[in-house]
Design a protein around this ligand. Structure first.
Ligand code: S3P
Length: 169
């Protein structure tokens, strides 16, 4: 296998932060699918949604998934919250679902020092009632696609990193 690990889960659950923390505690490198897409397009996700719409963004995610499968190894891949739908996801690496309740995720986003920015950059969080509907639709699907499920509600980063490193062995 290619020894990659994909972090999946809802928007704002901490996929990127955890990927960077895992790198500090291991020999993995880390990349982020949204960062790859932004770099490819030289535009922010928010702008891609506003100018070309969600289906265009999902097509870019698909392209990114195909590229990751062909080119990436030994890497922690943090993914956008909808990336788990890629049909080749299991060929890219082990899938780790970061599990938390909707309320906890929103609460910690609201408490973050750069809270405004965190909400602003995510078009699908602009309406929290709609976001909750997306969460409810996805929660079972995240579980179903996951090889490993890690609860992150306590947000004890070192504990979570250790748990992930142990479970992916
Ligand atoms: C999305 C999540 C975002 C980003 C885009 C769509 C989603 O990434 O890919 O706004 O559908 O859940 P984060 O999970 O990093 O917020």
């Amino acid at each position: 296998m290619n020894n990659n690990v994909l972090l999946i889960g809802f928007m704002g659950v901490g996929k990127g932060t955890l990927a960077r923390a895992i790198v500090k505690n291991s020999d993995f490198f880390a990349i982020d699918t949204d960062d790859l897409i932004e770099s490819l397009e030289n535009r922010k996700i928010k702008k891609i949604f506003a100018q070309d719409g969600e289906p265009y963004f999902r097509a870019l995610e698909k392209k990114c998934a195909v590229w990751c499968e062909a080119n990436i190894k030994n890497t922690i891949i943090s993914t956008g919250g909808g990336f788990y739908r890629q049909e080749n996801i299991k060929n890219i690496g082990k899938v780790v679902y970061l599990q938390s309740t909707f309320d906890k995720i929103i609460e910690s986003l609201k408490m973050a020092p750069d809270s405004k920015k965190k909400f602003k950059k995510r078009p699908l969080l602009s309406d929290l009632n709609e976001a909750k509907k997306i969460y409810d639709l996805r929660v079972k699907e995240y579980e179903n696609v996951a090889d490993i499920i890690v609860n992150v509600e306590d947000w004890d980063i070192q504990r979570i990193v250790n748990e992930i490193l142990e479970k992916i062995k």
